[in-house]
Each structure stands twice: as structure tokens, then as C-alpha cells.
Write a protein that binds this ligand. Sequence first.
Ligand code: SP5
Ligand code: ZN
Length: 342
Amino acid sequence: MLTIYSEDHRLQHGKVELTGGHFIPVVEKPERAETILARIQAIGLGEVRAPERFGTDPIARVHAPHFIRFLETAWDEWAAAHGEIDALPTNWAVRNMRQVIPSSIEGKLGYYASDCGTPITAGTWRAALSSVDVALTGAKRVAADGKPVFSLCRPPGHHASTDVYCGYCFFNNAAVAAQWFRDNGAARVAVLDIDYHHGNGTQEIFYGRDDVLFVSLHADPNVEYPYYLGYAEERGEGAGEGFNLNLPMPFGTIWDRYREALDAALARIRDYGADAVVLSFGADTFQEDPISQFKLNSDDFTRMGEILGRGLGAPTLTVMEGGYAVDALGVNVSNLLQALDG
Ligand code: SP5
Ligand code: ZN
């Protein structure tokens, strides 16, 4: 399988995130992508290619222009006020306040972010742009010959919505790629999100639309991040009614339970008749993941890949999302990709 990869991901290397009352080293770190790449090369999965540059136009198809401009200038505004230290928000534009965009960078961070775990650094803009380029280069290849492609995106994307960044995500790589498929000949696109966390950003972007189906398997948001979206009752709205499928599962989920949800997801996607599929793939469903509570093992990722390879029924772009057990990450990701490739 062809892999798309850019070294520019290293430009996103945040220092700390706020978790459980402590500032801890950011869990989403460059070693994640490095170890996946090393494993792909070690097993000879296939060619590894650098991305083309697409610029911001395809990003503006799913993200608000004012949000894109904010990310472009946020570091400079922050560094001018605070010096060269990661930018994290400390105030939020919650329900009982006005949704205004203040001119102060402090006010902007709280308007555009929804957590205190997604630092904006000197390299965030370039890393986030290159991660989208990695996804779009993969989409272009999939559209050209129908063969599966792996876009080794970093930073991840599925928590980023139209105009909010969070959950280590800035631009929604999978959503930009899905929209690109729509804009380049695919009438119907399905996004299947198998990251441990609900893909709230992707859901929000496509919630009112029937031309992009969103299906997500994830930990129950009643007890897990992102908490405020991802419940089974969210089925889409307006024209998008019935085109959003959430399959939340409890802490401790093992393969047998996960497989049932996967079968239901694949039945929905086949029934939909997608012309292209974007697989938002997080390996944080792994039993040793440091921030997650599912219990899949490394062989389960092979089983998952086999079922997906047989069941998706349309040309598939796999986009990397989360997965934080770095020691096993290369094996888990390559297990899924090898099986997916048949
Ligand atoms: C892309 C992706 O997987 N983003 C995940 C963002 C999760 N951020 C919240 C982390 C909260 C971790 N709390 C678990 C404590 C474990 N001791
Ligand atoms: Zn995740």
C-alpha cells in the first residue's frame, strides 16, 4: 500500500497539556508518526511518498475562513504577548456569554478552542497544513486508480470542527479529504471513524448533509472525551437526517463487542452506496493505550483490517488519527493496513 508522509509533522511538538489537574507532556507527540513510518518501512508495506501542496482552498471548503486566518496568525499574536511558550486557552466563550471574537489573543484562544490540551506552537500552522496535504495527496491517488492509500497524517484531525480546534486537532484532515472526493467526482462519500474517541468535528461538519455519511465507533461520550457529542441519538438534521450513525461502546470493550458494531457500520456504508470511503483510523482502541479504556489487542487490528478490506465496498483512503501507546503503535497500524490491503 502507498503511504503519504511529510516530515513537517515534527513542527507540531507541544510541551504540556492539562489533564486531571496536572500539566503533563503532550500525549500526541512526534514519535507517534516516526514509529509508524519506521514499521511501514521495516515490513516493506510499499512506497512512501511526500505530499503535494494544496494550499488553503480545499480547507476552506469545510472550515470557516476566519478560523483558518486565526490559526495562521495565532502563534505570532501569542508570542508577541507572552514570548516563545506554547499557547493554551484559559477562558472559554461558554453558554451564558456572547459569541464574540475579541481582538486579544487570549480572547481568541478561548473562542476557537474547546480544551486545554491542544497547544498552538511556532510550528503548528505549517504542521497542520502539511497534515492536510498528506490527506489530500492520498485522496488524489485513491481517486486516480481506486487502490487503497494510507495518509500518515499528524497532527490528527477528527476533533476539529468548522471553527473550533481541540483534541490535538487543528484542521479536519478526513473531512477536507471527504469534501475533496465530493468536489472531484464522487457523488456519495462515507467517513468511517474508528478512533477510540468520537469524531465530533467530522460529525459537525457534515451533520446537515446527505452527500457525506458519517459513521463512528467510539467510547461512550457520557464517560469519555469529547463528552458533549457522539451519542447514539444524534442521527443528522435536515437533509442530513439519517446520515449520521454513532455507535458508542462502554469502557472495557473487547473484540467480540467491537466486531458487532463494525458489522453494523459496514452494513450502513454498503447500504448507502458510497463512491469513496475515508477511514479515520485511530489505534487508541488498543488495550495498553495510556489515555483510553478499550481492550483490543494487536491481533484484533489484523481482524479489523480483514473485515474492513472485505466490507467497505468502495475505494478507501485511510487517514491517521489518534493512538498513543507508542511502543505498539507501529505494529497495530501496520497490522490493520496489511490486512486491509488483502
Ligand atoms: C485524536 C485524538 O485521539 N484525540 C484525543 C484527545 C483526548 N484528549 C483528552 C484526554 C483526556 C485523558 N484523560 C485520561 C486520563 C488517563 N489517566
Ligand atoms: Zn482518539
